[in-house]
Design a protein around this ligand. Structure first.
Ligand SMILES: Nc1nc2c(ncn2[C@@H]2O[C@H](COP(=O)(O)OP(=O)(O)OP(=O)(O)O)[C@@H](O)[C@H]2O)c(=O)[nH]1
Ligand SMILES: Nc1ncnc2c1ncn2[C@@H]1O[C@H](COP(=O)(O)OP(=O)(O)OP(=O)(O)O)[C@@H](O)[C@H]1O
Length: 212
């Protein structure tokens, strides 16, 4: 199998989804002065990670495309927890892909402490050989959930998946603290948003050309 040929449609999907989700963010800012989307990232799963995951999950190489859901992955990071559900609703209303699975690790966090909402989609991508339906994963999480997950990911990498018990329990406590942070911020959401709107208006005024 030629790896570049195999990966090309996934790279295309990641780029297209990033453009579309960033477009949603921009539209929100123009129309409402604020957006449920803080930022969007995306990546094609590295080759070594695909091979390792396929081995870990005992997936036959010929079934990788059907069974590995996150070769193409994008991430939508939001300020507040209810922004996540607003984004999920918007994804459900789109007609350019089909949702095949939803994983709500917010109401049911993982044992590690991980929280996020995952939407798995079938995305039709145009290739030089015609349309190809490709699986992709959209992770939606708050800034606090993202902070936790990024740090936990680094520790998992450092300890090759075997994080010492002491560090693990600190991570669980940190996950609880991130959860509390999200809860508290949600309670003062309207005040924060009002302040951010005033700030945006001031920034826009600065950009206006001076009269006279
Ligand atoms: N940092 C961190 N990320 C996680 C954790 N669990 C899941 N993820 C992320 O979510 C993705 C999908 O995880 P799952 O929904 O559990 O599905 P999966 O593909 O079976 O993944 P595995 O948990 O690796 O078996 C992973 O590839 C990670 O990017 C976690 O405990 N910590
Ligand atoms: N859907 C996604 N969108 C954007 N970035 C992602 C997504 N999923 C993972 N990443 C990031 O891509 C990088 C490589 O992650 P990688 O795919 O190797 O591992 P993983 O998805 O966290 O774990 P696993 O192999 O266990 O599923 C990490 O920085 C990870 O945070």
């Amino acid at each position: 199998m030629n790896w570049d040929i195999f990966i090309a449609p996934y790279a295309q999907v990641v780029e297209e989804l990033k453009v579309k989700l960033k477009g949603m963010r921009r539209q929100f800012e123009y129309e409402m002065e604020q957006s449920p989307i803080e930022f969007v990232t995306g990546r094609v799963k590295p080759k070594s990670s695909i091979i390792e995951k396929a081995r870990r999950k005992a997936i036959n190489p010929e079934n990788i495309e059907k069974e590995l859901q996150d070769i193409a992955g994008v991430r939508v990071v939001c300020q507040f927890v209810d922004d996540i559900y607003a984004v999920v609703d918007m994804l459900k209303n789109r007609h350019d892909f089909d949702i095949v699975e939803e994983k709500d690790y917010i109401t049911r966090k993982k044992d590690s402490g991980y929280r996020s909402y995952h939407v798995i989609i079938n995305y039709p991508v145009e290739t030089i050989h015609g349309e190809k339906i490709v699986l992709a994963e959209i992770q939606i999480r708050t800034l606090a959930m993202n902070f936790w997950a990024t740090n936990e990911h680094s520790l998992n990498y450092k300890y090759a998946g075997k994080i010492p018990t002491e560090v693990k329990s600190r991570l669980k406590r940190a996950a609880e603290a991130a959860f509390q942070l999200d809860e508290e911020m949600s309670k003062i959401k309207s005040e924060i948003q009002e302040a951010q709107k005033v700030f945006l208006r001031k920034e826009d005024k600065k950009k206006e050309p001076k009269k006279g």
